[in-house]
Write a protein that binds this ligand. Structure first.
Ligand code: EPZ
Length: 429
């Protein structure tokens, strides 16, 4: 399997264009199941996760065509009819978001059999709220042998859905199902992440009537059918935030473009508190740091507009060389400090107590061999490698390929010494 080698010490200077958001793209792709007309998604990232979902959608009857269109990378998804309502374990297990095909399948064809996704390295991640939403919309849900059987032969019915906790995936799932329901659906305690607003815009372009996304109450007036549309995927705020942290870590000056500054405001504030300079521009941010050492700052992850859990590992990497002690509290997932022991292999001084990590900044990290455990953890190791003395080699980077488009190229263009070492095909133990 491939690995990534980083030789630390180079500053980053240059421009990085931000790609379309993975976590939005995969929900928008699932929306193609809701119409028999083509859905054209532009600003599409080319990632293992989008390819992977494309494979599942193809099995369900969607033709998925990737190409370079007039406005850049695009994917056209077309489901004249649903040829199968079955999403097998093999495909759902590898990517949890595949589970989100359940709602659109039931909404369009009245039935589906979709595997339960199972746990993952960052936490148990149940899907009870997804099922609660579909049941509220009138679907009959049965669980057998690891599969969800959902039926709504006479269609879904609008309902009030009150989520006990905020869930991005369950809010999206409820929206994807309710757009074709009969009547009005009100989702309360909805997630407010920008990807929800993106989904609302895409669904409305397809003829749906959704309002309120980005606030805790989303109202959906069901329509009988949806049509084809063209929609541009929102910029990836996690990719943007990752490179912002990388610039603060390595020093230099990096301009992030094709994005929006407000998508990472909670991170920008923390970067400034730590001593980096962040300039908000029309299409992104410029992050600068001169030679001086950053200060340790505390943070706590929270739903949007709070500090994103998907940027916690990267910020922890940044704090490993800051001046002082930083307390980092993870509140969204129960096991999202898997990067801490790997960062310690590079010489970081971190102790984890339940949901809180204490990071005492050291003067210098040392390159070592480390292992990626999940997508965001793996990029935190690359960030640490940017300043570690000597060479850092990150293995299991298939995690990285799930969510970062052309990472070596983007960092390399700014002067980072990053190269991919092609594997011999042997799996890593
Ligand atoms: C999305 O996951 C993202 N994934 C995650 O990014 C992100 O970390 C997370 O939102 C939070 O922002 C995608 O969009 C594909 P949740 P999701 O439902 O929707 C609990 C990445 O690296 N919960 O908001 O699965 C859950 O266990 C990934 O790109 C239930 O209890 O997150 C968690 O503790 C990692 N029951 C909390 O809610 C449910 O039915 C929030 O999870 C659903 C969730």
């Amino acid at each position: 399997m491939d690995r990534i080698a980083i030789t630390g010490g180079a500053q980053l200077n240059g421009v990085i264009p931000v790609s379309g958001a993975k976590n939005s793209a995969i929900k928008l792709m699932a929306a193609s199941l809701l119409t028999d007309e083509p859905l054209r998604l532009t600003n599409m990232p080319r990632l293992a996760d989008t390819r992977f979902l494309g494979k599942l959608l193809t099995r369900l009857g969607v033709s998925v065509t990737e190409s370079d269109g007039p406005d850049g990378q695009q994917t056209i998804l077309h489901a004249p009819e649903i040829t199968s309502g079955f999403a097998p374990y093999d495909l759902v297990r590898q990517m949890r978001a595949s589970f989100n095909v359940l709602g659109p399948l039931v909404a369009r064809s009245g039935q589906a059999k979709v595997s339960l996704p199972g746990g993952c390295t960052i936490g148990a991640r149940p899907v009870d709220l997804h099922l609660q939403a579909l049941e509220a919309l009138g679907a009959k849900i049965d669980l057998h042998e690891g599969y969800v059987y959902a039926q709504a032969p006479r269609g879904l019915k609008g309902a009030e859905i009150v989520f006990p906790i905020v869930s991005v995936g369950a809010t999206e799932h409820a929206m994807l199902a309710a757009v074709l329901a009969d009547g009005v659906t009100v989702i309360r305690n909805a997630a407010c992440e920008p990807e929800l607003v993106d989904l609302q815009e895409c669904l409305n372009a397809m003829g749906a009537k959704v309002e309120g996304a980005g606030t805790p109450t989303v109202t959906i007036t069901g329509v009988a059918r949806l049509k084809g549309a063209t929609h541009s995927v929102i910029p990836d705020r996690i990719e943007m935030g990752t490179y912002a942290v990388a610039a603060a870590m390595a020093g230099g000056e990096v301009r992030l473009t094709k994005a929006r500054p407000e998508l990472i405001e909670s991170l920008s504030v923390k970067l400034e508190e730590a001593g980096a300079t962040v300039v908000r521009t029309e299409d992104g941010v410029i992050v600068k740091r001169n030679g001086s050492r950053l200060n340790a700052v505390d943070l706590e992850t929270a739903p949007f507009p709070g500090f994103a859990t998907d940027l916690q590992a990267q910020f922890m990497a940044l704090m490993t060389t800051a001046n002082g002690e930083s307390r980092i509290r993870e509140t969204i997932f129960e096991n999202r400090f898997m990067h801490a022991p790997e960062l310690m292999r590079l010489g970081a001084d971190i102790s984890v107590h339940g949901g809180e990590a204490r990071v005492r900044g050291v003067e210098q990290l040392e390159g070592a061999e480390v292992m990626a455990t999940d997508l965001r953890a793996s990029v935190s190791l690359v960030i640490a490698g940017l300043v570690a003395r000597g060479e850092t080699v990150v293995s299991r980077i298939y995690h990285l390929d799930r969510g970062f488009e052309r990472l070596e190229e983007k960092l390399g263009a700014c002067g980072a010494q990053v190269r991919r070492i092609k594997g011999d095909g042997e799996p890593e133990l």
